[in-house]
Ligand binder design. Structure first.
Ligand SMILES: Nc1ncnc2c1ncn2[C@@H]1O[C@H](COP(=O)(O)OP(=O)(O)OP(=O)(O)O)[C@@H](O)[C@H]1O
Ligand SMILES: CC(C)(CO)[C@@H](O)C(=O)[O-]
Ligand code: BAL
Length: 277
């Protein structure tokens, strides 16, 4: 039985009645197979699974898609039911932020200023603030996040370490369409004729990851993106697995963000460099 609840009082009651390890999957709704994979892993690892659905205004910039972000709660609850989720917590803005925009928020630090943070000022502060609130409200033992949002996962992992929040953060590999496109709620903004251009992101990452030195990785990926006129690249970056400077040898991460029409998409893959490859 999946219960749909909207208030923190209902959440507190559900949490008090839960036994065993509590697992949470945080989402902004418009659920797809990527979210469902997080729920499956949560179901395997946890005894009581909570999915949160909340489009967090704090993490959207003034010219971003907060108003048009897809809201599909009835279908989301059905997806959660199919994955045997125990509770769907879907608060409204006042329930999440009683008293309006919070005065005290979290600072994501230097890693929050680069890549996504450079293009979306304030995004990671808003994201960490709501994730911290949801961790406190759910008192989860385990929390599951997708590698698709790699910088987000890195920052949440760091927040939990730095603030000594007692929760295990579990990263889940990116779920893709058969043709390679990373699943994303924002894919539904793409028109049929924009979709082939969107495929250039995963194609570029695949070609880049097949190389073993940093320069070749960036050149191979960059060429595919440059050859696709429907894509405006925001960044293409090679980093170490914690988003620090790229190593010459060993594990690295290749990340891309680009606009296809007015839709902004992100993706990333692991890369193995140098002698380790
Ligand atoms: N393709 C995917 N594979 C694995 N996890 C995913 C995938 N897409 C999203 N997630 C994860 O689901 C969680 C909720 O993400 P969110 O609701 O923002 O979905 P989204 O598809 O990333 O949306 P958006 O298109 O707005 O970026 C996050 O932890 C995110 O990393
Ligand atoms: C983690 C999250 C639910 C916080 O609003 C959001 O950033 C997302 O959907 O990835
Ligand atoms: N999917 C990460 C949350 C965001 O884009 O706002």
């Amino acid at each position: 039985m999946t219960a749909l609840i909207h208030t923190r009082a209902e959440l507190a009651a559900a949490r008090a009645a839960a036994s065993g390890r509590v697992a949470v999957v945080m989402t902004m709704g418009a659920l797809h197979e990527g979210h469902r994979q997080l729920m499956r892993v949560a179901r395997e690892r946890g005894d009581f699974v909570i999915v949160t659905v909340f489009v967090n205004p704090l993490q959207f910039g003034p010219n971003e898609d907060f108003d048009k972000y897809p809201r599909t709660l009835a279908a989301d609850v059905e997806a959660c039911r199919a994955e045997q989720v125990d509770v769907v917590f879907a608060p409204d803005r006042d329930e999440m932020y009683p008293g309006g925009t919070p005065q005290v928020t979290l600072n994501a630090g230097a890693t929050g200023e680069i890549l996504e943070g450079a293009s979306r000022p304030g995004h990671f502060s808003g994201m960490l603030t709501v994730v911290a609130k949801l961790l406190l409200l759910t008192r989860a033992d385990l929390a599951f996040f997708g590698e698709k949002d790699f910088q987000q996962l890195a920052l949440i992992t760091r927040m939990v370490k730095d603030l000594e929040i007692g929760v295990e953060i579990v990263g889940v590999p990116t779920v893709r369409e058969a043709d390679g496109l990373a699943l994303s709620s924002r894919n539904r903004y793409l028109s049929a004729d924009q979709r082939p251009a969107a495929l250039a992101l995963s194609h570029a990452l695949r070609e880049g990851a097949a190389q073993t030195d940093a320069q070749s990785v960036l050149e191979a990926a960059g060429k595919i993106l440059a050859d696709e006129p429907g894509v405006q690249v925001d960044y293409l970056a090679l980093t170490d697995p914690l988003l620090g400077p790229v190593p010459t040898d060993g594990p690295a991460r290749l990340l891309v963000a680009a606009k296809v029409g007015s839709t902004r998409l992100i993706d990333n893959v692991p890369v193995l460099l140098g002698k380790a490859a």
